[in-house]
Ligand binder design. Sequence first.
Ligand code: ADP
Ligand code: MG
Length: 626
Amino acid sequence: MTTETPEIPPETPPEVPVDETTSWRGLAEVDADEAAERMTAGTLGGGSKRLLRELLAPYKRAIQVLIGIVVLENAARLAIPYLVKEGIDTGIPPIREHDDLEPLLVIVGIVLVATITQALARQLFLVRSGQIGQDILFEIRRRVFRHFQALSPAFHDGYTSGRVISRQTSDVDAIYEMLETGFDGLVTAALTLVGTAGLLLFLDVKLGLVALTCGPFLAWLTMWFRRESAKSYKVTREKVALVIVHFVESMGGIRAVQAFRREPRNQEIFDDVNDQYRRANLVAFRLVAWFMPGIRLIGNVTIGVVLLYGGYRAYHGDVTVGVLAAFLLYLRQFFEPMMEISQFYNTFQSASAALDKLAGVLDEEPSVPEPTDPVELSGGVGGELRFDHVAFEYVAGRPVLPDLDLTVPAGQTLALVGTTGAGKTTLAKLATRFYDPTAGRVLLDGTDLRDLRTDDLRDAVVMVTQENYLFSGTIADNIRFGRPDATFDEVVAATTALGAHDFISAMPDGYDTDVANSGGRLSAGQRQLVAFARAFLADPAVLILDEATSSLDVPSERLVQQALRTVLAGRTAVIIAHRLSTVEIADRVLVMEHGRIVEDGAPADLVAGGGGRYSELHEAWLESLA
Ligand SMILES: Nc1ncnc2c1ncn2[C@@H]1O[C@H](COP(=O)(O)OP(=O)(O)O)[C@@H](O)[C@H]1O
Ligand SMILES: [Mg+2]
């Protein structure tokens, strides 16, 4: 196949920027490799087996009943050709001999009963299995949500929201498909195969053996299909992942794409991955296009052979016409489930991959566990924060904080400055116990954070970052987020203190404006003010602001600045800031470089001392103002 688009080798993913903000990338997560290994083997991994067993455990009884129902349904279905044989062989002669219609009527009556049984069993099966399936899916979604909420921030740093979303949506859908069609299809196929083979041999051994010579051909074709479709499934998954990644990232970064006129190049890449996906799908279709008619061909040849041999023997009176008719009817239904298995196989593959991923997530343990023996912070929280020879690394062997020893006395306002990547955010994350230190201890009022209940810790230490997430709901609800019982007056007091009251009052519905509506859209700076108000209202003993004022414009920042004096009074504060204006209100300044504290002192002293990093920064800042 020739195309004009430049060939991109399949193993090279499209050139797309990868950063934390394009977290949708995970939606297309290409973890096909390890799952594919298992798919080819057609088995489930240990974790997913356990998960499946756990999920099914409450329904053991119900599933046994379901299997009983399916067996009944299939028995009724398999009885019909046999009854036809009876009708022909024992129902017709009495009519011919003495005009006695009764035996045939009895047989037709039984056929009717079998048909009705089959229909009722099917109805019952569909209703019951649907119920169980929905209950299981409900439970999966519930567990996954609970577990995601329980996992530490460290986990969420690495597990993108796109991946979280696909756990809750496409994975659950894959399992739904398996429950919906897979179980039924598999049981029916197995019963049909075994039941039909048994009945054929029972009806006539010789003719049965002739009919069953199709077995090896069927087995070979099915195995070939299974192997090839596992391969092709893996390829299509990878290709669709490329398409989604490229689509999502192009659209996610659409402003940058348009600003830099990247559209033609992106289109080119997209056309290429899209074409790869199309071709991968064609391969999959070709497999089915060989498999389905192949099965049908084997089936029809078998029917022909049976008709020939059976007809010959019937002519000689070795088998009855009824037996021959039953054979032909059985063989017709014999091959249907074989074709369905091919559909089921793909369903099973996606479901097993989904189960693997879900089991993987559910097996994750929070990396900052709750203390087994929590210490109470008696008599309120003072707010002294101490880093006792803390070392920390995200990646083993690459220390971010080599050895941090620092005490922030209760009530102190500490400003933390330093170059990007110095470790300021890391310090904040340790103080809020998003991570535990690799060595040393972080203490609040002398108690190791690891000994505090998460609830107590979150009450005492609150961090405001640049990531000012607003939840759907009103502005007031968003401010009350950490203290749902706060009164309206308290909310207004908080926003007034921060200078946010005016813009909120000016919104279409004031404090009741829904932030999800386009009329309620807030600017980055306004969102930041709401986040501030949220933190202020929560009234923590220790407040950490990580670049929290950086998306405010200068006048708003100045407002917050003034407010900060009130807000920070009586609590410990760590302010991480780029702008030195924010630092002015601090009692103490720390300058960090490469995870170490290189300067520490009152802002005025550091400037007066001269020559240091801070005084350099200060001079540069003064110049920029001039
Ligand atoms: N989740 C993470 N995994 C691995 N490394 C990280 C992670 N977060 C930060 N780092 C690294 O740790 C160092 C300090 O980062 P950070 O504390 O965010 O710096 P700052 O806030 O001072 O700019 C940087 O070198 C950064 O690359
Ligand atoms: Mg930072």
